[in-house]
Design a binder for this molecule. Structure first.
Ligand code: SAH
Length: 256
C-alpha cells in the first residue's frame, strides 16, 4: 500500500486580469495549493486566494522577453506533485486558449500526475466585453474566431479565409504585426472601414483602448501607445462599443 500523499496539479485560468472574473472553482483550487507557479500576465491579486504559507514561483513567459523555459515549468510541476504537493499552475485567461495548457497537460499525463484544468475567461472575450462589444451580435456576425498573430513557426493563418468568414476576428499577440495583419485582411478584400478595437490591459485599472478602422489601426496604435498585452477585435460588432455598459462591477466597487 502506498502511504505517500498523492500530489495533484491544477491548471488554472485566472481570466484577463480583473480578479472578480476568477471562477469559484479557480478560487477553491488556489486555496488547496501548497505551491503556485504563476505566469507574468496573471494579476498578483489572485495570490490572496492561496493558503497562508503557500510557495509562489514566478514563471514569466512573454514573447521576446526573458522567460522561463517551458520544460523547466513542466519539470517543476511534476517534481512538486511527486513530493505530494497540490500545485496551482496559474495562467492568464483560459489555460487552453493560446496558453500552452495542452502541452502542459500532456507532460503531466505522460509523467502519471493527476491534473485538472480550470477554465478562465479568455482575454479576447473579456476585452471585448470590457468595451461593451457583443462579439456574436447576430445582426453582424456569424460567430467569433480566436486567432494568434504570433505562431510557433512563423506561419500565417489563412487571412483570406478569415476576411470572408463573416465572423468577428479576435487576435491575440498581434500588436507587433498589426500593420501586416491589417494589410493582409485588406488585400484579401476586407473593407478598410471595418471597425477595429485595440484593447491593452483589458479589465484592469490600466485598461487602455482605442476604436479605429482596419486602415487606420496601425497608426492609431502608434498614436495612442497601445502595446502588448493587447487584444485586436475586428468586425462590425465593434460599432456597439460603449453602447452597453460593461464596467458595472467597477461602479459597484466605487459604491462599496
Ligand atoms: N491564455 C490566455 C492567452 C495567452 S496569450 C487567454 O486565454 O487569454 C497572451 C496574449 O493574450 C497577449 O499577448 C494578449 O494578446 C492577450 N492578453 C492576455 N491578457 C490580456 C489583457 N488583460 N488585455 C489584453 N490582452 C491580453
Amino acid at each position: 500500500m502506498n502511504l505517500v500523499k498523492k500530489g495533484k496539479v491544477y491548471l488554472i485560468g485566472a481570466g484577463p486580469g480583473d480578479v472578480e472574473l476568477l471562477t469559484l472553482k479557480a478560487v477553491r483550487a488556489l486555496g488547496e495549493a501548497n505551491v503556485a507557479l504563476i505566469d507574468d500576465l496573471v494579476h498578483r491579486e489572485v495570490l490572496q486566494f492561496l493558503r497562508p504559507g503557500a510557495r509562489v514561483i514566478e514563471v514569466g513567459k512573454r514573447g521576446g522577453c526573458k522567460s522561463t523555459p517551458q520544460d523547466f515549468i513542466e519539470r517543476q510541476m511534476i517534481c512538486y506533485a511527486r513530493l505530494g504537493y497540490t500545485v496551482a499552475r496559474v495562467k492568464g485567461g483560459d489555460p487552453y486558449v493560446f496558453g500552452r495548457g495542452g502541452e502542459e497537460i500532456e507532460a503531466l499525463r505522460a509523467a502519471g500526475i493527476a491534473a485538472e484544468v480550470v477554465n478562465g475567461i479568455t482575454a479576447g472575450l473579456g476585452a471585448a466585453t470590457a468595451l461593451g462589444i457583443p462579439v456574436t451580435h447576430r445582426d453582424c456576425a456569424r460567430g467569433v474566431t480566436l486567432i494568434t498573430g504570433h505562431t510557433k513557426n512563423g506561419t500565417q493563418p489563412n487571412w483570406a479565409a478569415l476576411a470572408h468568414s463573416g465572423t468577428t476576428l479576435v487576435i491575440y499577440m498581434g500588436m507587433s504585426h498589426l500593420a501586416d495583419i491589417a494589410d493582409a485582411l485588406r488585400n484579401a478584400g476586407m473593407n478598410g472601414a471595418t471597425p477595429v478595437a485595440l484593447i491593452q490591459n483589458a479589465t484592469l485599472a490600466t485598461q487602455h483602448s482605442v476604436i479605429t478602422s482596419l486602415s487606420g489601426a496601425a497608426e492609431a496604435a502608434r498614436e495612442k501607445g497601445i502595446r502588448s498585452p493587447a487584444i485586436i477585435v475586428i468586425g462590425d460588432v465593434v460599432r456597439f462599443a460603449g453602447k452597453t455598459s460593461a464596467p458595472a462591477l467597477q461602479s459597484l466597487r466605487q459604491v462599496a
